[in-house]
Structures are given as structure tokens and as C-alpha cells.
Design a binder for this molecule. Structure first.
Ligand code: FES
Length: 275
């Protein structure tokens, strides 16, 4: 067995070569299990989100003004007027989701997220699937050229995600105002909980950490930015956890709103009962 070496490829990028082993790996543990779980998690979300984004109904509860985040903001001419907090200016065609102004940005924000990149490079692209396991591809260029160099645009999608989080927060606040006046039920808890978790995920972004504390030579001269950087760093440590939790809570929130839109009486109301 020869030792691994490092060499430059034609573009000058260092590309490590692996030891010449006949086996793909010498690992005997279940190194493949994490990639399988990640693939299953991604597949579940992609299938659920795609179906719901094009569903076109059961996204709003008129009795309580609950609006699912998958349809926020609802800007198609096909939207229920009470669900359209920001006007209706998109045509109602089957291939355009009602929230088509925000969904592409949310998708791009997650696709270019530092954690998700690591996860799908390993689990979907198998590059490599685990430590000390050879990948099936013959060359590796990282994110130095098209198309993966586009991943560097993540910071701009972070700004878009901030705006969308504000819109989701507005929706959650508006849901306390039902046609009968102020109301408060389990659906409000679900919407508020979802928004809080979305904020934590968004603010724990690595780009956010750089925005609040990056490019400073002396933290001592910027105590306020240092304080914010410290707080963002705390939640950033568990960015992977927030990434998975929010995928789950987005689906659960949408599912709950869909269920209550079919059966409004199923929502337990603390204030403002169904009349
Ligand atoms: S690094 Fe994950 S959202 Fe920015």
C-alpha cells in the first residue's frame, strides 16, 4: 500500500490522490447509514413540498386566518383574497405556485447553505460518502468553477431569507385576528413556533455570522457587533440541527394548516371559538 500524495491538476488546484487500495474502503462500520438517512430526509421534504406547493387549495383557514408558510405571500390571482396580505399580481396558471415570488429564494437559500452542501455532496453526490471512503468520481474540482462556484452567492440568498422571515412573522401576527376579532388557538402556537425556529435557522447562518462580526480587526472597538457575533456564534454551533428541525417544522406546520382548513372545529381555541 502506498501513501496518499498531493498533486496539482491542470488548473493548478491541489488534488489529493488516494492510497492505491483494491477496496473502496477499509471501514467495517455502517459508514453508509448516515447518507441513507440524509437521502430519505431530503426525499421526504422535496416530495412533500413539491406536492403542496402545486396543490392550490387547503393552504388557508378563513375562520382563523391561518396561512401556511408554503403559500406566503399568496400573490396569485387564484389566491383567496383574505390570504393575500401583499396583493395579487401573478397569473393563476397550474405551473406557477401561489407563492412563486418567495419559494425560489427559499429553495436557493437552503440549496446553497453550507450545511446542506456538505450533506448532499456526501449523500446525493457521494463526494465522498464518508471519511476514508473513496468517491465514485475520477476528478474533484470543489467549488472553483461552474456550476458549483455559484454556491458563493449564498450570502445574497441570506438577505432574501431575512425578508421572507419578516413576511412569515407578519403572517403569524395576522393569524391572531380572525373575522370575529382577536382569537388564539393551537394553530397560532404552531405558526409562532414555526416562525421562531425559522428565525433561529436563518440567523444561525454562517453568512449572518460574517455579516455581524466579519472583517473586523479589533472586537474591542466594536462591542455591539461583538455582542451580536457572540449570540449568532452560539446558535451557529448547532446550525445542522436547526436545518433539520426547520425542515420538519415546515412540513408539520403546513400539514396542520391543511388539516384545519378541512376541519376547522379540530383546532383547539383558547380565545375566539368557532361560531
Ligand atoms: S450556512 Fe446554512 S443557511 Fe447560511
Amino acid at each position: 500500500m502506498s501513501a496518499p500524495t498531493t498533486q496539482r491538476d491542470a488548473t493548478g488546484v491541489f488534488s489529493p490522490t488516494r492510497a492505491e487500495l483494491p477496496q473502496r474502503t477499509l471501514r467495517t462500520d455502517k459508514w453508509w447509514s448516515q447518507t441513507v438517512w440524509v437521502d430519505l430526509g431530503f426525499a421526504a421534504f422535496v416530495i412533500y413540498a413539491t406536492v403542496r406547493a402545486f396543490w392550490g387549495s387547503n393552504y388557508f383557514v378563513p375562520q382563523y386566518h391561518y396561512l401556511t408558510p408554503f403559500y406566503s405571500p399568496c400573490v396569485s390571482t387564484g389566491c383567496i383574497p383574505e390570504a393575500s396580505h401583499f396583493g395579487q399580481f401573478l397569473p393563476d396558471v397550474w405551473w406557477l405556485p401561489y407563492a412563486a415570488v418567495t419559494l425560489p429564494f427559499l429553495l436557493a437559500f437552503r440549496l446553497t447553505c453550507y450545511y446542506y452542501r456538505k450533506a448532499y455532496y456526501r449523500s446525493v453526490w457521494q463526494s465522498p460518502p464518508a471519511c476514508a471512503v473513496a468517491e465514485p468520481h475520477s476528478s474533484y474540482t470543489g467549488e472553483t468553477r461552474l456550476p458549483l462556484i455559484i454556491q458563493n452567492s449564498h450570502r445574497y440568498f441570506f438577505y432574501a431569507a431575512l425578508v421572507i422571515s419578516i413576511i412569515n412573522t407578519y403572517d403569524a401576527i395576522m393569524a391572531f385576528q380572525s373575522p370575529q376579532g382577536f382569537g388564539f388557538g393551537v394553530g397560532n402556537l404552531v405558526l409562532v413556533g414555526n416562525v421562531i425556529l425559522l428565525w433561529i435557522y436563518t440567523l444561525s447562518c454562517h453568512s449572518c455570522r460574517h455579516v455581524v462580526g466579519g472583517r473586523l480587526k479589533h472586537f474591542s472597538k466594536h462591542p455591539i457587533r461583538y455582542w451580536f457575533w457572540t449570540q449568532v456564534s452560539r446558535i451557529n454551533e448547532r446550525h445542522m440541527m436547526w436545518a433539520w428541525i426547520t425542515l420538519g417544522t415546515l412540513m408539520l406546520t403546513d400539514f396542520y394548516i391543511m388539516l384545519i382548513s378541512m376541519h376547522p372545529a379540530w383546532d383547539f381555541r383558547f380565545i375566539g371559538h368557532l361560531v
